[in-house]
Design a protein around this ligand. Structure first.
Ligand SMILES: Nc1nc2c(ncn2[C@@H]2O[C@H](COP(=O)(O)OP(=O)(O)OP(=O)(O)O)[C@@H](O)[C@H]2O)c(=O)[nH]1
Ligand SMILES: [Mg+2]
Length: 483
């Protein structure tokens, strides 16, 4: 059986941030005029946007990997690296975004709704931006960070007014094809419909949509047949319509037992979106029963026989033939009225142009735990320390020194001392382990050590008073610019 494409796993990778640049301003007679390495650009995001012209997730089935472009590196002369371009992926209305554990991350309803699915990495700061009083000409820059990379599950839940429920081959697609201009595939084998089709039906002043969804068989709520794929679509329909095949020759099936089987599956299904659609529980949605194929004489007889029993449940019954087009007008009127009543009771909210972004963490907390694998070792965890590790070019001593200063200022050094870390202990942060060398007794402000002064700049001091003064001005100018 071909795969159902209303559920896809999509691998999104945002762009990497560009590295910052370490550069020193050069001019004739002023070879070393101050740091002018610019910042790297941000990596592009991967963004999902609801588009009215997209109706399936088919594209993602064929292209399951989506990557935004990287930010460019910064350059000398304060030339910032360009940002990566965001990758915009168009999704159909009613797309639900889940993580691989099944948690709903976003429920995209309304054209224009956006979900920032993966954030680009931040660009690294260039040495101009890293300059400070204590570190006039840093000989290093920060690395750009990797963009977010993850697997997302996209599911499509049709947003339709009327959802057709029925066994395979009951005639759901046939019905949509005669009620609307939609031309779904119709065939006499089960599971002809693999992707829901939306039909637009007009009746007087009322226009409403009917979702033709895949057939349902007992056990669907446990995933049999196209079960869950089917049931997902029903969640967002205001009116549920049973389409019953009165001409089936399957032993053991009759209209009443078909309805009971479908109702049992609905009852067993736990909607992922319970409550949020504003439609209420599935079992409280209004229903109609459509007895189909009554152009077949036996079917017409059977329909007549079971009608009172179904009406006794309080559900309106319509006897139709999708093939001979009998009984369609009363059915259309009735559906239009139910949809109108529903809309009056639930005025449609303005289509939300919601932009869903993950919450930004501005978190300077960290934890230190004993490393279970290395005796005497420690593992430091925290958003900022882990980010700083990713930003550090470990082949550059100054960059490593800067990292050490940052960690010390955050209190990591002190905390390690308190935890009883010994010099030379293995300390792991993120992907990096190193031997810990306490730099100073705890408590001394490490930013004042002057570490980071580019030794080449010392030469400036030997050039002569005028040039020195000029160089200083340039430098101050740069510092002011960055402040
Ligand atoms: N005689 C008769 N046959 C019908 C009628 N409606 C549909 N059929 C036939 O029933 C078969 C199945 O019709 P579909 O419309 O594909 O059924 P479906 O419910 O969409 O089936 P799935 O997509 O497989 O779930 C086709 O051969 C249709 O021609 C009807 O009113 N009378
Ligand atoms: Mg069908």
């Amino acid at each position: 059986m071909s795969r159902f494409i209303d559920r896809v796993v999509l691998h999104v990778s945002a762009g990497k941030g560009g590295n910052g640049c370490a550069s020193v301003h050069r001019e004739k007679f002023k070879p070393l005029g101050g740091p002018d390495g610019a910042n790297g650009g941000r990596g592009g995001d991967v963004i999902l946007v609801v588009d009215e012209n997209i109706h399936t997730l088919l594209d993602f089935h064929f292209h399951p990997n989506a990557k935004a472009t990287n930010g460019k590196q910064g350059a000398g002369s304060n030339r910032e690296g360009a940002n990566g371009e965001d990758l915009i992926l168009k999704v159909p209305d009613g797309t639900v975004v889940l993580d691989t554990d099944g948690n709903v991350l976003a429920d995209l309803v309304g054209v224009g709704s956006r979900y920032d699915a993966a954030q680009g990495g931040r660009g690294g700061l260039g040495n101009a931006a890293l300059a400070s009083k204590a570190r006039k000409a840093p000989g290093f820059a920060l690395l750009g960070e990797d963009g977010v990379e993850r697997d997302l599950v996209l599911e499509l839940k049709s947003v339709a007014d009327v959802g057709l429920l029925g066994f395979p081959s009951a005639g759901k697609s046939s019905l949509v094809s005669v009620l609307s201009a939609a031309k779904p595939k119709i065939a006499d084998y089960p599971f002809t419909t693999l992707v829901p089709n939306l039909g637009v039906v007009s009746s007087g002043d009322t226009t409403f949509t009917v979702a033709d969804v895949p057939g349902l068989i007992p056990g669907a709520s446990e995933g049999r047949g196209l079960g869950l794929d089917f049931l997902r679509h029903i969640e967002r329909c205001a009116v549920l319509a049973h389409v019953i095949d009165c001409a089936t020759l399957d032993p053991g099936r009759d209209p009443i037992s078909d309805i009971d089987a479908l109702e049992a599956e609905l009852a067993a299904y736990t909607p992922a979106l319970s409550g949020d659609s504003g439609l209420g529980d599935l079992d409280k949605r209004p229903r109609v029963v459509i007895l189909n194929k009554t152009d077949v004489p036996e079917a017409a007889e059977l329909a007549e026989m079971v009608t009172p029993e179904i009406e006794a449940r309080g559900w309106p019954v319509f006897t139709i033939s999708a093939v001979s087009r009998e009984g369609l007008r009363p059915l259309t009127f009735a559906l239009a009225k139910m949809v109108r009543d529903y809309r009056e009771a639930h005025p449609k909210p303005e289509p939300k142009r919601q932009v869903i972004r993950p919450v930004k963490v501005k978190d300077s907390s960290f934890t230190i735990e004993k490393d279970p694998d290395i005796p005497g070792g420690f593992v430091v965890r925290g958003t900022r320390p882990e980010r700083w590790i990713r930003q550090t070019a470990f082949d550059n001593d100054e960059a490593v020194g800067y990292l050490a200063d940052r960690l010390a200022r955050l209190g990591v050094e002190d905390a390690l001392v308190k935890k009883g870390a010994q010099p030379g202990a293995s300390v792991t942060i993120g992907d990096v382990s190193f031997e810990w060398e306490p730099m100073t007794p705890a408590g001394i402000d490490l930013t004042r050590t002057g570490r980071g002064t580019d030794p080449r700049l010392d030469q400036v001091e030997r050039i002569g008073a005028d040039e020195r003064k000029h160089a200083r001005r340039v430098r101050r100018g740069l510092l002011d610019e960055d402040a």
